[in-house]
Write a protein that binds this ligand. Structure first.
Ligand code: 2P0
Length: 355
């Protein structure tokens, strides 16, 4: 290859929302979790991060731009770790095996990343962002490693990012190795296994959250007795049961476990000293609406219609099947009519995959 070869690649990664929540690290540097977790990838074009990476001998240092604005890459930071781990993989799996492979792991990189969803949607962008970064460097470096192996590196950017390297239903296995080599994401089922499943994102508030996930979860690890019970006795069973429900397309079981795990995640936040509150009055009203919708539907023998889940913020994500999406949107808009216009114009309500 001539010296004028351009080494550049672009990749994108989707947002994921956990149904079994990750909350707590046993190793904060390697980002090793205290429990396994499971998510559904929102694999739609309008909820993605797209990242372009370029390696060039003329670049004086590694640089990153987020939505067009330069973000400093601090030495020893999560970002710096992900970039150096990807360079190491290039060197070890390509350049040291093939004497003809260009030695581009020694070049600095320029990385530009964009999120195509509005910040006002209140969705965490770190998961899709780090997953897209790792995917674009993997392409740039022509790595042949599996998505699970890449997930080990994305995990060191942000824990939940490891799950965004797959579509569909994804488990992050906590692993037991102190080095983190078995703390990785695996596919439970592809999106095509259960295409009727959709997510509605209801924005209860677009304020910046008060307590960051990273600091909040460590406070929970240090102070919450309920978290210890959750990680030892609750999550392992739920991981098993929800995986089976997904494989059987059993929405009732999926919905019950999803809502129970969201409730318990917010309970461990409340069990933290000082306590952490992420939900607000709108969040709680939406819970009441979904509980009542399900109660009536189950009483009629029609089973569950919806499952709510809340992350480290007040916005609801509602999982439901195709056939019920319209009714759920109408229900929520009828209770929050003052937001109906905003729902349409400001992406206050996303209906993922629905009309
Ligand atoms: C999750 N969350 O499983 C859980 C549920 C929030 C609530 O992953 O410190 O941004 O970067 O590993 O991944 C948010 O935590 O935290 C999160 P770090 P991350 O999706």
């Amino acid at each position: 290859m001539s010296s004028s070869t351009i080494y550049q690649a672009t990749a994108s990664a989707p947002v994921n929302i956990a149904v079994i929540k990750y909350w707590g690290k046993r190793d904060t540097k390697l980002i090793l979790p205290t429990n396994s977790s499971l998510s559904v990838t929102l694999d739609q074009d309008h909820l993605r991060s797209t990242t372009t990476s370029r390696a060039d001998p003329s670049f004086e240092r590694d640089q990153l731009w987020l939505n067009g604005k330069e973000d400093e890459i601090k030495p020893g930071s999560r970002l710096a770790t992900c970039i150096s781990e990807m360079k190491r993989l290039r060197k070890e799996t390509v350049e040291e095996k093939d004497a003809n492979a260009p030695k581009i792991s020694g070049y600095n990189v320029h990385i530009a990343s964009y999120n195509n969803f509005p910040t006002a949607a209140g969705l965490a962008s770190s998961a899709s962002g780090f997953a897209a970064l790792v995917a674009s460097l993997a392409q740039l470096y022509e790595l042949t490693v599996s998505p699970s192996e890449l997930s080990i590196i994305a995990r060191q950017g942000s824990g939940s990012a490891c799950r965004s390297l797959f579509g569909g239903f994804v488990a992050w296995q906590m692993g037991s190795s102190p080095a983190g080599t078995d703390s990785l994401a695996v596919e439970v089922a592809p999106q095509s296994h259960w295409p009727q499943m959709h997510a509605l994102i209801c924005v209860a508030s677009d304020d910046k959250k008060g307590t960051s996930s990273t600091s909040g979860m460590q406070r929970t690890v240090e102070t919450s007795p309920l978290l210890q019970h959750r990680i030892a006795h609750i999550v392992p069973e739920r991981m098993q049961a929800i995986s089976e429900a997904i494989l059987k397309r059993d929405f009732d079981t999926f919905a019950q476990i999803t809502m129970a795990d969201s409730n318990q995640f917010h309970a461990v936040c409340l069990d933290t000293t000082p306590p952490i509150f992420y939900m607000n009055d709108v969040s709680r009203t939406i819970i009441a609406l979904i509980v009542e919708l399900n109660r009536v539907s189950v009483a009629k023998g029609e089973g569950y219609k919806a499952a709510y889940t809340y992350d480290a913020g007040p916005n609801a994500v509602i999982y439901a099947l195709d056939k019920d999406i319209k009714e759920i949107v109408q229900l929520i808009v009828s209770y929050f009519p003052q937001h109906a216009r905003e729902f349409k114009d400001r992406f206050q309500l996303f209906a993922e995959g629905a009309d």
